[in-house]
Design a protein around this ligand. Structure first.
Ligand code: PLP
Length: 406
């Protein structure tokens, strides 16, 4: 990766090991920056995709704000040097304590997801003698054509305020003493590989902006969320700049091209920039299936178990010629049949070989757990010929630190 051999990193830091390319992350960001050249726009990295401090620091330095979904993420964003005014707070279940923490920090905007949340946020802000900047998350009822677990803009989802109730909710927000309406927001799902759902959502949102402003409530910024997909296994999503050519054309045609724009990309900034290195522990041939047992597991790479997601798995060094190819279920050591990383993979491997699980920069480390009391993997960020260890491998005592015996 860049100028560093992956096998050297595995030898030095052990496996499983996440390795990220700084250049790949900045390359992905640059596509958005190109797309918005000459516009008033703020990119808020949806940090739940990968919230490791070193990664956040990279995006903060590149001028990004952050889209957060918890008080913990706010603390991380600030610790990594994020500017509070560029932080937006999404999520359907913000607690009063989280609202207070975010108001104290002076974040840029709360993306509110229900009328009930408006009332609570106004009460919390009033108590602090502040006005909370808010934008309402619209559920535009469009099909993002992605996995049901990562589709968020349909009527049956828990997210956002139904399209038909949005105007009433804005009228309500404008009357509350602790709120200042600043924008409108939508986010329709994740791993979206087509342009049409975005264009449909944009039409709906712009219709609403017209209605809301006709009611005398000014909308300073329009936030189109994130969700652009990446290439896991031959998907060809549009590049960010290509997508935004279409979206900006529509915005201009409808007269909103000079508004401040916000977007919240997560996966598309980091997903393809990372790999997870893992060692083959054992080969276990069977009558029905052959198993390739590796030292990474569902606690490190939860996406296959959670969404039946596909990650390519490739050998880091080519096996010797005499090793035959076989079809394997690539599985981890965790005590669950759901602990698989890849199904029916043709590999030429033997124990001790190093494999790379590809496109694991997003929703892997940030979703990892300690199940089976497995320490979380180490992480390395590559910058040209330099390798920065940005997270050391978690030890058993790290894991037990917050626990007490009876
Ligand atoms: C998860 C999320 C995003 C980012 O989604 P990606 O698919 O990773 O780009 C953006 N906005 C909100 C509100 C989210 O919950």
């Amino acid at each position: 990766m860049e100028d560093v051999p992956l096998a050297d990193l595995a030898a030095e830091h052990g496996t499983p090991l996440f390795v990220y390319s700084k250049a790949a992350m900045l390359h992905a960001l640059a596509a958005y920056q190109r797309g918005f050249a000459g516009r008033k726009a703020q990119i808020c990295y949806a940090m739940k995709a990968n919230s490791s401090l070193g990664v956040l620091q990279l995006f903060a330095r590149a001028g990004c704000g952050f889209d957060i979904v918890s008080g913990g993420e706010l603390a991380r964003a600030l610790a990594a040097g994020g500017e509070p005014s560029k932080v937006i707070f999404s999520g359907v279940g913000k607690t009063r304590a989280e609202m207070k923490q975010a108001l104290q920090a002076g974040i840029g905007c709360f993306n509110v997801e229900s009328e009930a949340e408006l009332d609570v946020l106004s009460a919390v802000a009033t108590q602090m003698g502040l006005k909370a900047p808010v934008s309402l998350r619209v559920n535009p009822n469009v099909d993002a054509k992605t996995h049901p677990y990562i589709s968020t803009g349909l009527k049956g989802n828990k997210f956002g305020i139904a399209h038909e109730n949005v105007l009433t909710a804005y009228r309500h927000a404008a009357k509350l003493p602790g709120l200042k309406v600043v924008g409108i927001d939508c986010h329709i799902g994740s791993q979206i590989t087509e342009t049409t759902p975005y264009l449909d959502a944009m039409d709906r949102v712009l219709d609403l902006v017209g209605e809301i402003e006709a009611a005398g409530i000014a909308i300073e910024h329009i936030d189109f969320g994130g969700g652009l997909g990446i290439n896991y296994n031959g998907e060809v999503p549009p590049e960010a700049d290509e997508l935004w050519v279409h979206l900006l054309a529509k915005l201009d045609a409808r007269g909103y091209g000079q508004r401040k724009l916000m977007i919240e990309p997560g996966r598309s900034l980091v997903g393809n920039a990372g790999v997870c290195l893992t060692e083959v522990l054992y080969l276990k041939p069977g009558e029905q299936k052959n198993f390739c047992i590796v030292d990474a597991a569902m606690n490190d790479l939860p996406r296959p178990a959670m969404y039946e997601a596909y990650h390519q798995i490739v050998p880091v060094t080519q096996a010797a010629d005499h090793i035959p190819s076989a079809r394997y279920e690539v599985v981890g050591p965790v005590c669950e049949s759901g602990d698989w990383l890849g199904r029916e993979r043709d590999l030429r491997v033997h124990s001790g070989d190093l494999l790379a699980v590809l496109s694991t920069g997003a929703y892997c480390m940030s979703m990892s757990s300690n199940y089976n009391t497995r320490g979380r993997a180490a992480e390395v960020l590559i910058d040209g010929g330099r390798a920065h260890l940005i997270r050391h491998r978690e030890t058993a005592s790290d894991q037990m630190r917050s626990e007490r015996l009876l």
